[in-house]
Write a protein that binds this ligand. Sequence first.
Ligand code: UDP
Length: 311
Amino acid sequence: MRVVVAGGAGFLGSHLTDLHVARGDAVVVLDDFTTGTRENVAHLASNPAVEVIAADVSAEVPVSGSVDRVYNLASPASPPAYLERPLETLAVGSEGTRRLLELADQSGARFVMASTSEIYGDPMVHPQVEDYRGNVDPIGPRSVYDEAKRFSESITMAFHTKRGTDIGIARIFNTYGPRLDAGDGRVVSNFIVQALRGEPLTVYGDGTQTRSLCFVADLVAGLAALGDADVTGPINLGNPDERTVLEIAETILALTGSSSTIEHLALPKDDPTRRCPDISRAIEQLGWRPTVQTEDGLRVTIDHFAQLLGL
Ligand code: UDP
């Protein structure tokens, strides 16, 4: 197969690229390197099966030749990253998605949309099932990401119904692992870096809000399974191991053996109070479920950051 991974130099995209390279596929990585990094794909630089193209897909998709599959992971994904780039986030979710759908449609390729649990907003239904329509403030700060992803689901479905484009939509829940950006502000990377440096762990609000953390290897295996399947979705991908943010902080303190304290900072506006995927559909339709225990995945991630920080 020849696979296009938009956002292929990002956290998830680079792991997905590795997965396809390991399968013997050729991969075209498209990335504008605003949040993706050269380091994430540096180990693939001399691999003839991998082509890295610097491009902003909201402006152009410079891919020629045959294409069998297109994954759309092009978007800032961390709240501080998308809040800093509201217009770019809206552009890549809308125009970027449209351009990538055109490529898939013209190539006869399958298109996999990396949507998000954020489309459920601050959910009134728990755990979140795919039929739940969400609770998003359309003009709130997080809407630039939430609504961009909601639009991307909508246009993906419109290509499917109107043009018959082969599509699959994944809704990705919080994911962590090696290559998370140490500075992008997400909970796992923040807490691990703070714990390793002996700095206070910054818990936003009282820390009773919940997240369910999925290890990156599990998540990209789910994305590839959706790519391989004849399933439209949307399909939740995540690990239903739900924990409060305070529990996540305490687990990371225990695993690192850090003597850092916990400091409470203001809760960001519209921060969802709880989040946990119902993954029945993924189990049933993809035969996929996460296999990595949270503590095991966190240990691997801690080792990665310890190495990165030279500790
Ligand atoms: N969070 C926190 N401290 C941090 C970073 C995040 O308490 O240093 C909280 C944040 O308020 C949210 C959860 O951890 O409730 C997950 O945040 P993240 O930015 O990783 O992703 P989100 O699920 O909000 O997109």
